[in-house]
Design a binder for this molecule. Structure first.
Ligand SMILES: [Zn+2]
Ligand SMILES: [Zn+2]
Length: 257
């Protein structure tokens, strides 16, 4: 499984883009920095998008993908919780700010095909086994475990606060892509809005190791551009304390699972 980080940040600046991850060129996890990272021919190869939740930094490029889709031969499936798709439909693809690409070019055969998933539902999507696992965030959110046919798997939390132990019982990935949205100094605030600091990350990883007896390769994304260097320092400290490697994601990063 080839994983490419398209966007590794919670906002954008220069080369830093909002969150989006591409698996084997065909399956995208979130769509914050999807079209801004991919050429037209690469966009055309994307067959399905899994949305962890509706927030703008995870869904924005659905609009620009829809706009480009006029020239694409096949539609794109967009999976998310019913609440996520309702919000995307009523706010992002509302047909007022721009065209509603979930009803275009026709209601019967739209370019963006919105498909609701349930929490803890297991589905075969583009040949991958996909499991959605609820996480604690400010709006209904799920993380995704994606397993390829040859048994390689990753778990992507999306945006989440503490309390991932309930997730860990459902997943045993080789790669964990997890968020850190700020520095330890504002940990209480981060916790209150459903995000992790480096210290909170350490607690969650500690629980994973306790429950599972191992830690997967860990990749941190969703870092705010403004605090990137401070977050990096604090995450590296956590890595030393846990005696593991933790990578900080960046745009264009490629990982083979
Ligand atoms: Zn969010
Ligand atoms: Zn976010």
């Amino acid at each position: 499984m080839q994983v490419r980080i398209l966007g590794a940040h919670s906002s954008e600046a220069g080369e830093m883009r909002m969150v989006s991850i591409l698996i084997d060129g065909v399956l995208a996890l979130d769509a914050g920095g999807l079209t801004s990272s991919l050429s037209l021919s690469e966009q055309q190869k994307v067959k399905a998008i899994l949305l962890t939740h509706h927030h703008f930094d995870h869904s924005r490029d659905l609009v620009t993908l829809g706009a480009n889709g006029a020239t694409f031969p096949s539609p794109v499936d967009v999976y998310g919780l019913r609440q996520t798709l309702d919000m995307v439909n009523s706010c992002l693809l509302d047909g007022k700010m721009y065209a509603d690409f979930s009803k275009w070019p026709s209601k019967e055969k739209p370019f963006l095909q919105l498909k609701a998933i349930d929490p803890l539902q297991r589905r075969n999507i583009q040949g991958y086994d996909v499991l959605s696992v609820p996480v604690q965030h400010s709006v209904p959110s799920v993380g995704f475990q994606v397993t390829s046919k040859d048994g390689k798997s990753l778990f992507y939390t999306g945006d989440t606060g503490p309390g991932l132990a309930s997730c860990w019982q459902h997943t045993s990935p080789q790669l964990l892509i997890i968020e850190v949205s700020g520095v330890n100094e504002v940990q209480d605030f981060l916790r209150s809005v459903g995000h992790l600091s480096p210290e909170l990350l350490k607690e969650e990883l500690g629980q994973f190791r306790q429950m599972k007896g191992y830690l997967p390769r860990v990749l941190v994304i969703h870092v705010p551009p403004r605090f990137r260097s401070e977050v990096e320092k604090e995450v590296k400290k956590v890595a030393r304390e846990l005696v593991i490697d933790i990578d900080i994601g960046y745009e264009g990063m490629k990982i083979t699972v």
